[in-house]
Design a protein around this ligand. Structure first.
Ligand SMILES: C[S@@+](CC[C@H](N)C(=O)[O-])C[C@H]1O[C@@H](n2cnc3c(N)ncnc32)[C@H](O)[C@@H]1O
Length: 216
């Protein structure tokens, strides 16, 4: 998806992907995994997700987001004050718990993130069409050389029944794209058929969300 598409979504507040609450799998998965913080938590294409505030209990969170509006709303919705500075092609939104690099994820450099122990991807990977998804994973590997763990929430539905985003990505495609990883574990499956996906209701014959724990 082109940058303009996302800027328009935020300007017109067409943000049906945004969840009004934290993702229900987050507390469950975290209690099962017993993940110990090592380094910061990176949330690519983070929008104004409340999940970032939840994750910040565990470690400092660093988001990356294209839209300045999304970044402002992220803090303002929670009445949190923040600082903004311009750093090259990016604006850095700073807060003690969550910082956000506002700009193009594909232009981020390793040194902007520092040491990342966990990546959290909800509706980032699946927001991108195939070629961009390949580039997204390549960039993730460059930004987070490891050791790192990725909690990836993916979505499966018959792609011919709806055009993305979100796009359908099969488990097989996830495993293929992360074939460089030391392990790809399927942690949980949620059957969302007939149920809303965040604020949107899709007319598809099945809709399955899968949570993967990927380490490299
Ligand atoms: C489907 S939304 C998901 C947002 C968030 N992860 C959530 O769960 O609500 C995708 C987000 O990625 C952002 N985005 C798209 N392309 C981007 C890019 N190249 N760099 C940074 N952010 C991008 C969009 O502005 C949008 O907020």
């Amino acid at each position: 998806m082109e940058s303009e598409f996302w800027h328009n979504c935020w300007q017109q507040q067409r943000i049906g992907f945004h969840q009004q609450d934290i993702h229900p799998l987050l507390p469950i998965v975290f209690s099962q995994l017993n993940w110990q913080p090592s380094g910061a938590i990176f949330a690519p294409l983070c929008g104004k997700s409340l999940d970032l505030w939840w994750l910040s209990q565990h470690s400092k969170v660093i988001g990356a987001e294209l839209s300045a509006l999304a970044c402002q709303q992220f803090y303002q919705d929670q009445a949190q004050s923040f600082a903004v500075s311009t750093q090259g092609q990016f604006q850095r939104f700073s807060h003690p718990a969550v910082d956000i690099w506002q700009g193009d994820y594909f232009d981020l450099k390793q040194e902007q993130l520092g040491d990342i122990g966990l990546i959290y991807d909800r509706a980032a990977f699946i927001a991108l069409p195939l070629q961009m998804r390949i580039d997204y994973v390549k960039q993730l590997k460059y930004l987070c050389p490891g050791p790192v763990s990725l909690l990836l929430l993916s979505l499966e539905y018959p792609q011919e029944e709806m055009s993305g985003p979100p796009f359908s990505v099969t488990e097989c495609a996830v495993r293929q794209l992360f074939d460089f990883a030391a392990s790809v574990e399927l942690l949980a499956i949620r059957n969302l058929t007939g149920r809303p996906f965040a604020q949107r209701q899709f007319k598809v014959s099945h809709l399955i969300e899968k949570a993967f724990w990927i380490c490299w």
